[in-house]
Design a protein around this ligand. Structure first.
Ligand code: FAD
Length: 439
């Protein structure tokens, strides 16, 4: 396997001064509450990164060189997942201990209490280095931790937030059930009060990363007689507690990153309740809003990566279809839609970075991405034909089968295409609302 041509995309320590100049904003001299100016912060962050990570090296492979894997979702064996978690944990711990793990968080719970500008400075610097993928912490830090910060008791905040940002605790989202996905308020997992504890019985499904998790955010029905949105309570549950059983689900792409999770008489202290009794819908909305922002953030940085239009163009050339005017038109269409989705997403992310709430543009961006994935699946099928069904050993052909099998997951996760159409129809186009079934 060729390692291909290599380009240093970071600049390394010899260009550190130029790097600092490039990322420090014009207000670089202002000092923070703990006395660290932007400039000092960047100097310290650069020193940390230079000591603990290597500058990113862009691998430029020619056709037929290197790996030809192009999956939408990462597909790993259990051993690979554990190794990934190990690498991510070591990095999270080092980063946190150096003061860069939770830059904007309240000091009392382990954060540095700095504003978002510092986080952006750090992110920009870290992106220039080769650091471990933080996939195992995506749901915990992207969705569960912000919900804990907004709704948990101080006891729970103190117990988990620092540990989550330091990588000591992995968290999952226990929302979907066999009978409740898009209609989340239809959940049936029951939590019944017993003194200072709650006793949980029921089943969750499609729980990403439950098999790696230490805690989960769970929504349960606590008042079956109330209208369905008003009888739900949210909790933080210990995934190692007696009565929690995690069973992996195998995906059609080969991996097993989701699970079914069964709860049998699982006890949760009342102190681990999030928000009010029967006020869980508000808590769930906090998580879902953060989920959209987390998916949006991932898409704005990785949307083009997920679409991999460069590899698609190379494939078309190597299959001798690059002079075909219809194929060329379809490829151009995909690239244009890919850019539009990415810009819409950046617009939504800019609103969030400025302290605003994401609006329906996040739904538009996600729907644009999945519609484009459909276009790309159709073009791949037309160009590859039977090579998509049988592995002939030809580099860069059958590998696309995994990409195509991963597309339906993207059309479901974080709001299905149909639900997003409803949101856009009602909130953007002002169409009449769907009739709501009585609870
Ligand atoms: C990659 C991935 C990761 C996930 N991770 C998690 C996780 O970590 N935790 C978790 O709790 N869940 C997770 N999920 C589950 C996900 O949230 C649900 O699959 C999703 O909400 C859809 O619910 P459902 O599967 O029950 O489908 P349903 O809601 O039953 O929908 C079935 C079909 O009916 C359509 N439909 C439903 N309602 C309407 C309507 N009102 N109008 C028009 N059409 C409608 C849907 O679009 C869909 O085509 C994950 C899913 C995926 C794919």
């Amino acid at each position: 396997m060729s390692t291909g041509e290599q380009h240093d995309s970071c600049g390394g320590s010899s260009e550190a001064t130029a790097t600092l100049r490039a990322v420090v904003p014009s207000s670089g001299g202002e000092a923070t509450a703990d006395g660290e100016s932007h400039e000092q912060f960047v100097t310290r962050a650069s020193a940390f990164l230079q000591t603990n990570a290597s500058p990113k090296v862009e691998q430029v492979h020619g056709w037929g060189e290197g790996s030809d894997q192009v999956g939408v979702l990462p597909e790993r064996s259990a051993a690979e997942e554990m190794a990934e978690l190990g690498r991510a944990r070591i990095w999270a711990q080092k980063r946190f201990d150096a003061g860069f793990g939770w830059i904007t968080g309240p000091r009392r719970f382990g954060g540095r209490d700095l504003d978002r500008a510092y986080q952006r400075l750090y992110d920009e610097l870290e992106a220039r280095y080769d650091t471990p993928a933080m996939t195992p912490y995506g749901i915990g830090l992207g969705m569960v931790a912000p919900t804990i910060l907004a709704h948990a008791t101080d006891e729970v905040k103190e117990r988990y937030l620092r540990a989550m940002y330091r990588g000591d605790v992995v968290a999952c989202q226990l929302f979907s059930e066999p009978g409740a996905g898009s209609d989340l308020a239809g959940i049936e997992t029951r939590a019944q009060r017993d003194g200072d504890e709650w006793v949980v019985n029921g089943q969750k499904v499609w729980t990403s990363g439950a098999h790696l998790s230490d805690i989960g955010e769970i929504v349960c029905r606590t008042d079956p007689d109330a209208p369905k949105h008003k009888g739900i309570t949210a909790f933080v549950v210990d995934m190692h507690a007696s009565g929690v059983e995690v069973r992996p689900l195998r995906q059609m792409t080969g991996g097993a990153s989701f699970n079914e999770v069964f709860f049998t008489d699982v006890r949760i202290p009342d102190s681990h309740r999030l928000g009010d009794v029967n006020g869980g819908w508000t808590v769930a909305l906090t998580t879902l809003m953060n989920e959209r922002a987390a998916i949006g953030g991932g898409m704005s940085s990785g949307g083009n990566g997920a679409m991999n239009t460069k590899r698609l163009a190379e494939l078309i050339r190597h299959q001798g279809r690059d002079k075909d005017p219809i194929v060329r038109q379809q490829l151009a269409d995909i690239i244009i839609h890919s850019r539009v989705a990415s810009y819409t997403n950046l617009r939504a992310m800019a609103t969030i970075a400025a302290g605003g709430l994401p609006g329906p543009e996040m739904s538009i961006a996600k729907l644009s991405l999945t519609m484009n994935m459909r276009r790309m699946s159709e073009l791949l099928s037309a160009v590859l034909g039977a090579k998509l069904l049988a592995d002939s050993g030809e580099w860069g052909t059958f590998a696309w089968a995994q990409w195509i099998c991963g597309v339906p997951a993207m059309r479901i996760a974080g709001g299905t295409d149909e639900i997003l159409h409803n949101i856009i129809g009602e909130r953007v186009l002002g169409l009449p609302k769907e009739p709501v079934a009585r609870a």
